[in-house]
Design a protein around this ligand. Structure first.
Ligand SMILES: Nc1nc2c(c(=O)[nH]1)N[C@H]1C(S)=C(S)[C@@H](COP(=O)(O)OP(=O)(O)OC[C@H]3O[C@@H](n4cnc5c(=O)[nH]c(N)nc54)[C@H](O)[C@@H]3O)O[C@H]1N2
Ligand SMILES: Nc1nc2c(c(=O)[nH]1)N[C@H]1C(S)=C(S)[C@@H](COP(=O)(O)OP(=O)(O)OC[C@H]3O[C@@H](n4cnc5c(=O)[nH]c(N)nc54)[C@H](O)[C@@H]3O)O[C@H]1N2
Ligand SMILES: [Mo]
Length: 756
């Protein structure tokens, strides 16, 4: 028997593992001994470090190499690749960067490079790319996230800037003080496997079980029963997708109508309630926003809505609003409305009560937070001011110079000539991938750092092969997790793969920027520099970090957990004058003059129900609402080709979960191949028929690698982003709306499958 604790440690966004190797290959990843609820996602690495999908040398697309950078974009994604030496690749990249910079300016370089890359403080691909591009005169960046852009933009206006997005009351506060947890978007434990920057111990599952044991009751509002684990015995309410705003408005109406609001809290801690109350009563539009009104929109019994409102007012209630609710049309509204509901209940700032954004969206929400201020590799300054909201990438490529609205200002898209992506996969994360693929033909050059031949690498001109965390030394230290992990290389890099740091350093040499980029430091020097910076932060505390070499020898270090009962907005609750919010009024803005002043019809001055662009309430006969949520067996597109994700496919196809009644109406049986389609695209999946999905809804996880089959006209691998709609949440945030999408579904013909 191997002594597991003697094996090298490594950490990913989904957990920490002990790595077992044989003959320079990884054969097993064993859960970290400190983790009470380990994730299986790590198993996906076994066998993929050296398989045929591994990129082992720099490659250049043939037409680009032969004809130069301009005019060959149309064949991007179709052309073969030619292997080149690192020297050649570095020269080509350096020359092309210089050409674009001189001919078109730095604004024409898009380095937004959104994505999750890998955990590890030093080998953070985007950080390295941005540092490099800044030294080269800057680039067009992107702002906000795919995760919850609408929430990131609305909250500073209505609740204030701060750590609200992940700073919810701790789990212990919920366990000890909460009576009822009402979760809009559920409490999907599959998502809590993830913590950005590395996870030592998974806490959400054990915390939920402890809360249940302590008597907390749960209501899960979601199209999927599986969004609450069975042991919670949650009440399951399944409104039509993308109608939560109407449900929340009706809950607010019931509270107001039945005198269940905390008018003292509203008077002392909020502003603008009157205009919202007037909207609830229907003073201007003649439509009171009653439970009956919402029942027709949400397709829920009106009594269930009224009963829920009364239950919420009865005891200590924690409202959780899932991040997924921001990834839908008008996705600003649910976070705003959740805040308003918690304010009407007067429970903001109380132990176990108020609002939390996205319990279980990641392991981080509900964790204790007191951590030293960890340093990261400095990014320098970007002299280019141009940016895009992250999910407006296709529009940027389609419409150089075009105007767009964002958070109160009109801005313009740059003329993008060069795209560089390192550590993200737009052919995973973006909506309407067939449209992206068209727009992607426009720039002169696409450079990609990747380790595997996924759709992004296949749609590049220059592919620079990078290492994985299993092949390099790093340290996990993130303010989001108490564990610091000494990540050790388990196997040598495959082929000629290099660390992103060395890739940029090599190119910097050709541009005369090597010294500026590296500051003369090796990988080990940087690691010590980062760690020692963190150590200095803790030197004066009761819990100083061990010396670097001691830490390396120990393998891991756990930071003390102190704020076990932290309550979000406690200070503001106690004294809103002494501890005002950072909103214009210092209070919770139920009506926002700032937002009203922007004059956006799609995001007015108080929370409002607006019909989504696609939804079951306006569906054509036969259409279903597609929920393309996060995959349980991987992180986004990472390791889709690995053994764990592949083992959960059905007859080799990506599962599409649907209700028995919808399946029967289409002559579909469990396990059948199905074709999902709409005007934007089509993909092949396998039907999984169950009662755990609301009628009218079909669920396909995101993450299957985009594999367009142009003859068949579909993605043969089941990537749902060929179906989703590429539109902003509103003029305010311009966030993505993946969860607002209608599709048609039918049994696939044999010819569909044979084309694979
Ligand atoms: N339909 C639909 N679409 C969605 C969502 C949804 O719910 N539904 N969710 C959205 C959300 S919330 C997000 S955050 C995005 C996620 O989208 P992404 O973060 O872009 O997805 P990942 O697959 O994690 O991409 C990370 C990429 O980095 C590569 N990589 C890993 N390690 C390294 C490294 O060390 N160096 C380099 N250079 N590369 C590395 C991986 O191979 C992978 O291709 O997807 C969004 N898209
Ligand atoms: N295993 C795993 N975990 C992950 C990730 C991953 O890729 N894999 N990605 C991580 C990232 S980057 C992020 S941002 C978070 C995102 O975390 P979430 O935003 O919570 O992710 P989703 O899984 O898209 O959505 C959660 C649930 O919301 C429900 N839902 C969808 N539409 C509606 C609706 O209109 N109304 C209601 N009431 N419910 C709805 C769906 O049933 C879905 O299961 O997850 C993180 N965790
Ligand atoms: Mo995300």
């Amino acid at each position: 028997m191997t002594d597991l604790k003697s094996l090298p440690l490594t950490s990913f966004h989904w957990g920490t593992y002990r790595v077992e190797t044989e003959a320079d290959d990884v054969v097993a990843l064993h859960p970290f001994e400190e983790d009470p609820d380990p994730s299986r996602i790590g198993e996906g690495y076994v066998g993929v470090l050296k398989d045929s999908n591994r990129i082992t040398a720099p490659h250049v697309r043939k037409s680009w190499l032969e004809n130069g950078p301009t005019g060959t974009g149309a064949t991007r994604g179709h052309d073969p690749f030619v292997e080149v030496s690192w020297d050649k690749a570095e020269e080509l990249v350096a020359a092309e960067l210089t050409r674009v910079r001189e001919a078109h300016g730095n604004e024409s370089i898009f380095g937004g490079s959104y994505g999750w890359a890998s955990a590890g403080r030093f080998h953070h691909a985007q950080g390295q790319l941005k540092r490099f591009l800044n030294l080269n005169g800057g680039f067009t960046r992107s702002v906000n996230s795919y995760s919850l852009a609408a929430g990131e933009v609305i909250l500073p206006h209505v609740l204030g800037a701060g750590s609200f997005l992940t700073g919810a009351n701790t789990w212990q506060s919920v366990i000890d003080h909460c009576d009822l947890m009402v979760a809009f978007g559920g409490l999907p434990i599959k998502n809590a496997q993830i913590g950005q920057g590395g996870v030592g111990a998974h806490r959400a599952g054990p915390a939920l079980r402890a809360a249940k044991a302590a008597g907390v009751e749960f209501v899960s509002i979601s199209p999927l029963k599986s969004d609450a684990i069975d042991v919670l015995e949650a009440q399951w309410l399944a409104p039509r997708p993308s109608t939560d705003a109407a449900l929340m408005i009706a809950l607010a109406h019931t509270l107001l109508d039945e005198g269940l609001t905390d008018s003292d809290f509203i008077a002392s801690h909020t502003t603008g309630f009157d205009s919202f109350a007037s909207y609830l009563r229907g003073d201007a539009d003649g439509t009171p926003k009653t439970a009956d009104w919402a029942a027709a929109i949400c397709d829920l019994p009106a009594d269930d809505i009224r009963t829920l409102a009364r239950r919420m007012a009865k005891g200590r209630t924690m409202i959780s609003v899932s991040w997924s609710l921001t990834r839908q049309d008008h996705g600003e509204q649910p976070f705003w409305l959740g805040t308003v509901l918690a304010a009407m209940l007067g429970q903001i700032g109380l132990p176990g009560g108020g609002i939390g954004f996205g319990y279980c969206a990641v392991n981080t929400v509900g964790l204790e937070r007191e951590r030293p201020d960890f340093p990261s590799v400095p990014q320098g300054r970007n002299p280019v001011e141009t940016f895009i909201p992250v999910a407006r990438i296709t529009e940027m490529l389609e419409n150089p110079g075009g105007a767009f609205e964002y958070n109160g200002k009109t801005r313009h898209y740059p003329d993008t000539r060069l795209i560089w992506w390192a550590g993200g996969n737009p052919f995973h994360h973006h909506q309407d991938l067939n449209r992206l693929r068209q727009a992607w033909t426009r720039p002169d050059t696409v450079i990609v750092n990747e380790w595997c031949w996924n759709a992004l690498a296949r749609h590049a001109d220059i592919v620079l092969p990078c290492t994985t965390p299993l092949e390099r030394r790093d340290v996990t230290m993130t303010p989001r997790d108490p564990y610091m992990i000494s990540m050790e290389p388990a196997v040598p890099p495959a082929g000629q793969a290099r660390n992103d740091y060395d890739i940029f350093r090599g190119i910097a040499r050709h541009l005369g920027l090597e010294e500026a980029f590296s500051e003369g430091r090796t990988e080990d020097d940087w690691l010590r520099w980062l760690y020692d910076g963190a150590r200095t932060e803790t030197a004066q505390t009761n819990h100083p970090l061990p010396a670097y070499d001691t830490f390396r020898a120990q393998g891991w270090h756990k930071l003390p957990v102190t704020d076990t009962h932290r309550v979000m907005l406690e200070g503001f609750r106690k004294d809103p004058v002494a501890n005002p919010l950072t909103t214009p009024s210092g209070r919770i803005e139920i009506y926002s003059e700032t937002i009203a002043g922007f004059g956006y019809a799609d995001c007015p001055g108080h929370p409002t129900w607006m019909e989504p662009v696609e939804w079951l309430g306006a569906a054509e006969e036969g259409q279903l609402h597609l929920v393309s949520n996060q995959p349980k067996n991987k992180l986004h597109s990472q390791l889709d080709h690995g053994p764990y994700a592949q083992s959960e496919r059905v007859n080799g196809l990506e599962p599409a979960h649907m209700n028995a009644q919808d399946a029967a109406a289409r002559g579909i049986s469990d396990g059948d191949p199905v074709r999902l389609h709409n005007a934007r695209g089509a993909c092949l999946c396998a039907a999984v028929v169950s009662d755990g999905v609301r009628p009218g809804v079909i669920q396909v996880s995101t993450g299957a690698w985009y594999r367009p089959d142009d003859d068949a006209g579909h993605c043969s691998n089941g990537n749902p982003n060929v179906l989703t709609l590429d539109k902003g949440t509103s003029s305010l945030a311009q966030g993505p709306i993946a969860h607002t999408c209608l599709v048609e579904v039918e049994r696939a013909l044999n010819t569909d499958i044979l084309d694979e």
